[in-house]
Design a protein around this ligand. Structure first.
Ligand code: UDP
Length: 236
């Protein structure tokens, strides 16, 4: 038995670039794929959302003079690139998977459909949800909340490079302390940078718990599913 039966795993695009500062680090990519296969082999049903920040972010683009909507569309395309990369890495190690897109772009991916996604997950396929929500002015965090709620996931696992939520940024403030668990309202009230407010509010309203943990340490995804308390739980 695992701690959760069906998960929505959110990976940031930024983590995918590993040490190289841009693009896709193949070592990090294959480590992620191996960790995902490990929990799929435990019988966990897995949906995944990956960001696109390693390639393009609409808001950053707007700051440089790009049209915001076109910039966001570029960001969504970036998430499709990352999703295809992960799909390929999973396929290479024998993990059945499919990419769904929030914007029609067959044959790159299948157009998103909740019921098809659930059916695939029930049959052991990992489903990667790309292109976020399909709309500008949103983030992949909101895309994850939305897909997590739709596919009736037990939890959203937010894989980051930090091992949970702290009172302040632990990379900048050495006195920061870690929360074992925290409510959504407290995350918002304290202005903690876990996910954007839209994403948190959706999880709060629909009772989807968020578990923040360090995905960059190989084996941690399995540890979370096995019940090890290595991150921070956000709940109502
Ligand atoms: N994006 C969007 N709508 C969505 C999801 C993403 O417009 O529903 C765009 C947005 O420009 C964002 C970019 O895609 O900056 C990449 O996603 P995100 O910043 O969430 O990636 P991450 O920070 O997780 O790598």
């Amino acid at each position: 038995m695992t701690r959760f039966n069906r998960i929505l795993l959110k990976l940031s695009g930024e983590s995918l670039m590993g040490e190289q500062g841009y693009g896709i680090d193949v070592k990090r990519l294959s480590e992620y794929a191996a960790q995902i296969k490990e929990v799929a082999d435990m019988g966990v049903q897995i949906g995944i959302v990956i960001g696109g920040g390693n390639i393009f972010r609409g808001l950053t683009g707007a700051g440089k003079g790009f049209d915001r909507v076109k910039g966001d569309q570029m960001g969504m395309c970036a998430t499709v690139i990352n999703s295809l990369a992960l799909s390929s890495a999973l396929g290479a190690i024998g993990q059945r998977n499919r990419v769904m897109t929030a914007i029609r772009m067959e044959p790159i991916g299948e157009f998103y459909n909740k019921w098809k996604a659930i059916e695939a997950m029930e049959q052991g396929e990992v489903v990667i949800f790309s292109a976020g929500t399909g709309s500008p002015y949103f983030t992949t965090d909101t895309g994850s909340s939305l897909r997590g709620i739709e596919i009736e996931a037990d939890v959203m696992l937010k894989g980051t490079r930090v091992d949970g939520i702290y009172t302040a940024d632990p990379e900048k403030d050495p006195t920061a302390t870690k929360f074992h668990d925290i409510t959504y309202s407290e995350v918002i009230a304290r202005g903690l940078k876990v996910m954007d407010i839209t994403a948190i509010a959706m999880c709060m309203q629909n009772d989807l718990p968020i578990y923040v943990f360090n995905m960059d340490i190989v084996g941690n995804l399995r540890r979370v599913l096995s019940g090890d308390d290595i991150g921070t739980l956000v709940h109502n």
